[in-house]
Design a protein around this ligand. Sequence first.
Ligand code: NAD
Length: 477
Amino acid sequence: MQHHDNFYINGQWQAPTGSERMDVINPATGELCASVPRAGEQDVEAAIMAARQALPAWSMTSAQERHDLMMAAADEMQRRFQELCDVQVMTMGCPVQLVGAMHVEGPIEGMRYYAERAFRMEEDERKGDVTLMREPIGVCSLINPWNYPLHQLIGKLAPALAAGCTVIAKPAEQTPLQDFIMAEIFEKVGLPAGVFNVVTGEGSEIGPVMSGHPQVDMVSFTGSTAAGSKVAESAAPTIKRVCQELGGKSPLLVTEDADMAAAVRMGVENIMANTGQTCDAFTRLLVPRSRIEEATRLAVEIAGEQVVGDPTDPATTMGPLVSQLQRERVLHLVQRAIDDGVELALGGVEAPEGLDKGCYVRPTIFTNVSNEQEIAREEIFGPVLCILPYDTLEQGIAIANDSVYGLSSAVYARDAEAALPIARCMQAGQCYMQGAEFSFDAPFGGYKRSGNGREWGDEGLAEYVEVKALLGAPALS
Ligand code: NAD
């Protein structure tokens, strides 16, 4: 059981102005695992003012200084690797077998990735007679969800620090603990006071302050489309930059001549990872009608390999969902699909055997789904796969793109050459061909209602940068 009394504001552990607290529940046991303070408006205001005061000096540091501090933080994250893993197991139920690779190694690499990119800030560019220089955008509010708590924090924080911005971070109510560890890490490596501030609280209460405050220059938000839209509304009157990573309903299109077994394995493992709580998961598997029975049989077999259970058991590959609320949301959508007559190939609404306590659900597969059905249109955020048939490739592409979302997509064809023209047609920020792996060089972000802006890659740094044009400046030496 962890108990945190203070926020990290202006380089100090500051007591909250109020006395309200928030419980953090272990989703595997339903037991209380941590208690953190619940910030009010004044706490957030103090964090914003600390970030504002720290900005002039931090924004003028050299890229080398920022690089060195970020590298030191990455080393310290490495040293505290196990603790960073433990809090993900405890608060979101990630299995011990997977947690390091899924939730901690990447963020450490991401911190180093952007430490190296700090030098881009000093690379002026010449375009004709004009010199372009880069400056940090300023004070940034970072609002994060619970599904990849450290990855999403670092995906915002690392480029912000590399650019020379100062930040106020707010983790999700369900998963606040890694933000406290990161504050301790920055305190230890000597990050100047006020550059990184952490508050914990209810998004509906303090989110509007973080996104509306006149002393905040930018808001970076990951979470639901509904909350993302509220953030944009609060940010509009002061014309802030808003970067939104929102929902998805991403397709994996498999062609007639593809290796079906490899494609289905990739698709099923992708959707079952993190108990389906991945915004860019390939939740719609599109296969030629002639191969839907084969694809369904394979998908059921592969999903059956999942070991659902206690995340602290080394044999477990799928832990619980993050909360009872999330479990209710997922099961509600699954039940509605069953009631609507959608063909259930695996799983359903009953708790997995022997797991009636905790937020567990069964790996679930619907097949012969029409893209018009709710289960194919709504983001479920659980281990639920829909298999949809298509008749011609053109129709397959049209179904893939027929969504209000456009976060990610995937294509499995005969080979990469054959996949490429299809990938070019996908209306999404990313397209994975032939089971390609995640890359930090691939900017991540959505088309349509999946959001605005990009994380990772050079584009992820650009979100935190203002470009200034100097006209009449002497040529670069
Ligand atoms: P949410 O959007 O409510 O919460 C995400 C973050 O936003 C949290 O830190 C929360 O405190 C904050 N927040 C909530 N209301 C806010 C407001 N008005 N202003 C500013 N910040 C606010 O997500 P949730 O309720 O935890 O999950 C609901 C659904 O969202 C899920 O079922 C899933 O579909 C989706 N989701 C998507 C992602 C993603 O990565 N795209 C992540 C988590 C959840």
